[in-house]
Design a protein around this ligand. Structure first.
Ligand SMILES: [Zn+2]
Length: 256
């Protein structure tokens, strides 16, 4: 059997196996609950997938929707959000699934989709990108069993090959719930929540000198950006101590 025939045989065999599994163990779309079918439908049905409110990938500057949220607060080298997020909307079910229903697999799946978009972006090709997932509190991590931003970063890394550094930003203390706070209150509530680990940054710089001769870009990865207070606090914790380029990439952002 030729190589092409072998590959085709394996591919078709995998499709048959997946379809058999789907008959025995039906899977369902996390948005509409329709039955998923075959290898091309993963977590989302084709209809829901193509109706995701994805944001424009062409502008990753401070002039885009996410960047304007940070005007006067942060100066990002790169900023981009993948999807618009509205609380209570159909697509908010995805976020509930990855945050509250113990489904890290969907976070990695979405990270891979984000990664496919990031691969095309010239701005990132000029840098050595290090993914920095926003840390969650130890209490939340214990309850959830994982940090969803780390899982998103893993998905991005699998596609783009970017390194992940989850020890660089350190979350110190659990603050009050921020759900009902405005932007200023949230920012004040977050003060001192994040520290940076200088030793880890030295490791990043040393490993860099052995590889590419491109500037480091620390790309903060978050799930949902609402007021931007968490990201701003991360940004200040870094820029108060280090001179390094910083970017932000979020799965979703609210359009208030
Ligand atoms: Zn669906």
């Amino acid at each position: 059997m030729s190589l092409m025939n072998t590959i085709r045989y394996q591919f078709e065999r995998n499709i048959v196996i997946q379809e058999l599994l789907d008959l025995i163990f039906p899977r369902h779309c996390v948005i509409c609950d329709d039955t998923l079918w075959g290898k091309h439908e993963v977590h989302l049905c084709v209809h829901c997938f193509y109706n995701l409110p994805l944001l424009d990938i062409r502008d990753t500057s401070m002039n885009n929707f996410l960047g304007k949220l940070f005007w006067g607060r942060c100066n990002f080298e790169y900023c981009w959000g993948w999807m618009e997020y509205r609380s209570g909307s159909k697509t908010s079910k995805i976020i509930k699934e990855l945050k509250y229903k113990g489904n890290p697999d969907i976070a990695q799946y979405l990270g891979k989709l984000i990664g496919e978009s990031l691969l095309e972006q010239e701005q990132l090709k000029k840098h050595e990108v290090i993914l920095i997932p926003v840390p969650i509190s130890p209490e939340k991590r214990k309850k959830r069993g994982y940090n969803q931003t780390e899982e998103i970063a893993k998905g991005i890394s699998k596609v783009c090959g970017f390194a992940i550094e989850d020890r660089f930003l350190v979350r110190n203390i659990m603050r009050d719930s921020q759900t009902r706070m405005n932007r200023v209150s949230r920012f004040e509530n977050m003060q001192g929540v994040f520290n940076i680990n200088f030793g880890i940054f030295n490791e990043i710089e040393q490993s860099k000198s052995n590889r590419l001769n491109a500037p480091i870009l620390l790309l903060i990865v978050d799930d949902i950006v609402t007021t931007g207070a968490t990201i701003e606090t991360c940004y200040r914790a870094i820029t108060d101590n280090l001179k390094v380029k910083i970017g932000v990439c979020s799965l979703g952002l609210t359009n208030k």
